[in-house]
Design a protein around this ligand. Structure first.
Ligand code: CP3
Length: 321
């Protein structure tokens, strides 16, 4: 969950010389950044350093990251015709640098911890392509979704096909697990999720389940749609911090594993507060198998790295038998 990033001085140093996209596109740099948290924090897995937006470029949707503003799409998709013009691509060619980074990271990790690969899910990717950047209301996205359902479904179906293939390629390259990020899908109610998203996300999981690695399905603000998310797929379902872990797990069902769910902003507070919050998550997990302790979302740039280190160490102390 944003293991690497601006809260780490070694990452900030590298970012003085290279853009975020340079790092993502240069296997040596992506490898180095992937390993930074493994060296610094007692994490039990590494997450590949990359970005969820990388597939947009070969789809014919160029973008950049603007300082302080996040992602910016050059020409956001706003019409049915824009959606229909999106291109197919072969991830093993257009995103081969990601696959090279995976092989390189695995050589360097040499089995020390497993490596997690990832990609974005249809709603989150579509919303960046349509909004053009960060959004709070997702107005353009929903206008197209409700207004042009046929074009919406064709677009999401294409995203699902490409992302399924991209994840399959990551698995072939050697990742030990994959995480599907539908970060912003909590914007939808259960009925709309079922109608506009579920079949597409399910297509991704259908493509990758059976390839021999566990799959994780993650979103933020998804308390009201956890049942539908579970239905779409994933061996592990992510739960953010808004729903207590035990309640979230009840909705997800005891036959699935759960990942979560410490509020990442708790890491900004003092250590005793952090430990108390961790205790609460662990008590709610109650030692049941299938809980992966994690943050409910990404680490914020102003988080002291010592707090992240202390939190990981504390979780290990409390759970190692
Ligand atoms: O170590 C890791 O966690 C792996 C790296 C990773 C990045 N992006 C690198 C990155 C991962 C897993 C992602 C996924 C991603 N990218 C998501 C889904 C996860 C989530 O947060 O819900 C999303 C929505 C994106 C798109 C994206 N990339 C946004 C909205 C931003 C701006 C965020 C901000 O705070 O400004 C990015 C930039 C980005 N991608 C950073 C990192 C470490 C920020 C650091 C930088 O600018 O150097």
């Amino acid at each position: 969950m944003r293991q690497a990033g601006r809260y780490m001085s070694e990452y900030r140093q590298l970012r003085e010389r290279y853009s975020l996209l340079d790092i993502c596109r240069t296997p040596d740099l992506a490898t180095a950044v992937t390993l930074q948290p493994v060296h610094r924090i007692e994490v039990d897995a590494a997450i590949l350093f990359s970005d969820l937006l990388l597939p947009l470029e070969p789809m014919g949707i160029p973008f950049d990251f603007l300082k302080g503003e996040g992602p910016s799409i050059e020409r956001p998709l706003r019409t049915e015709a824009d959606l229909a013009a999106v291109r197919r691509f072969e991830p093993r060619e257009s995103l081969s640098h990601v696959l090279t980074a995976i092989r390189q990271v695995q050589r360097e990790l040499a089995g020390r911890v497993p490596l997690i690969g990832f990609a974005g899910a249809p709603f989150t990717l579509a919303s960046y392509a349509i909004e053009g950047g960060h959004s709070t209301s997702f107005a353009h996205t929903k206008a197209l979704m409700y207004g042009h359902p046929k074009a919406w479904h064709a677009f999401c179906d294409l995203i699902a096909e490409l992302i399924g293939e991209y994840l399959a390629a990551q698995i072939e390259a050697g990742v030990d697990a994959v995480q599907v990020f539908d970060s912003w899908v909590g914007q939808l109610n259960a009925q709309d999720y079922r109608e506009f998203i579920l079949p597409h996300t399910r297509r991704i999981f259908d493509r990758i389940s059976g390839l021999g690695v566990p799959t994780i399905h993650f979103g933020v603000g998804t308390g009201a749609i956890l049942r539908e998310i579970r239905e779409a797929g994933g061996d592990v379902i992510g739960a953010d911090w808004r729903t207590p872990l035990d309640e979230a797990w009840e909705r997800i069902g005891s036959d699935r594993a759960v990942q979560g769910n410490l509020d990442p902003t708790v890491l900004l507070g003092p250590l005793d507060r952090i430990f108390e919050a961790i205790d609460d998550v662990l008590e709610r997990a109650a030692g049941r198998p299938g809980h992966i302790f994690n943050l409910g979302h990404g680490i914020l740039p102003m988080t002291p790295v010592e707090h992240v280190q202390a939190a990981a160490r504390y979780v290990h102390q409390q759970t190692r038998q």
